[in-house]
Design a protein around this ligand. Sequence first.
Ligand SMILES: N[C@@H](CCC(=O)N[C@@H](CS)C(=O)NCC(=O)O)C(=O)O
Length: 232
Amino acid sequence: MLTLYTFGPAFGLPDPSPFCVKAMVLLKMSGLDFECVPGDLRKAPKEKLPYLVDDGKTIADSTFIRWHLEARYGIDFDKDYSPADRATGWAIEKLCEDHLYWLGLQERWMDPTNFDKGPRKFFDAVPTVLRPLIVRKVRGDVRRNLRGQGTGRHSEAERNKLANTTIQAMSDFLGDKPYMLGQTMSSTDAAAFATVQSLSSPFFETPSRRIIETKANLIAYRDRLNTELFPE
Ligand SMILES: N[C@@H](CCC(=O)N[C@@H](CS)C(=O)NCC(=O)O)C(=O)O
C-alpha cells in the first residue's frame, strides 16, 4: 500500500492543492493500491504537500512522485506518445504549475472574500488567541512568495490578461481531442485536469473561473475526467 500525504478534500475539490490532485490522478492511472491521509507540512520533507511514502521510502513533490512510480513499477504514463508530444506535454504541465498555479494562488489568498471563505478555514484548528497572528504570518508568507515569483507585482488587469491568454492557449491546444495529447490519458492530463478543476471551482469567485467558463471544451474536459477519475 502506498500512502499519499495530502490536505484532504475541501472547497468541493478532491484537494485544495492541484499538486495533490495531480499526484492522486497519477496514482489512479497507475492502478496501484494507495490511500490518501492528511499530511502535516512540518513533517513534509520539503515542507510542502503532497509527498508519498512507498515501502518506507519518502518521495516529495508531485513530479518526483510520477518519476518514482515510473521507475519503480515500470509505468510509462505517456506510452502512447512521441518524444515531440511528450515535450509539448511537459511544457503544458509546467505552464499549469509555474504560471497558472500562481494566478490561482493570488485569486484565492489575496482576494479578501475568497480568502475568508477558503484558505482562512485552514486555521480553524489553531487556538483562538493565536489564530489572528498565525493567519497574518502565513498570509504574509504567501504574499511574499507571490511577489518573489512575480505574479504579485502585476496589476489585476495584467494578471487577467495573462490568465486569458494562457487559458485560451490551453483551450486551443486541447481543441476537440478527448485528452491533452490525443486519444488517451497521459501525465499531462494529471496536471492539466488538476489545474483546470482547481481554477474553475465554483466555490470561489475568480477571473480564472469566469474565463474557463467561456471555454466549452475545457469545461467538458474537466467534467469528463472528473467522472472518469473521481466517480466517488
Ligand atoms: N512542486 C511541488 C509543489 C507543491 C506545493 O506547492 N504545495 C503547496 C500547496 S498547493 C504547499 O504545500 N504549500 C505549503 C507551503 O508552501 O507552506 C509539487 O509538484 O508537489
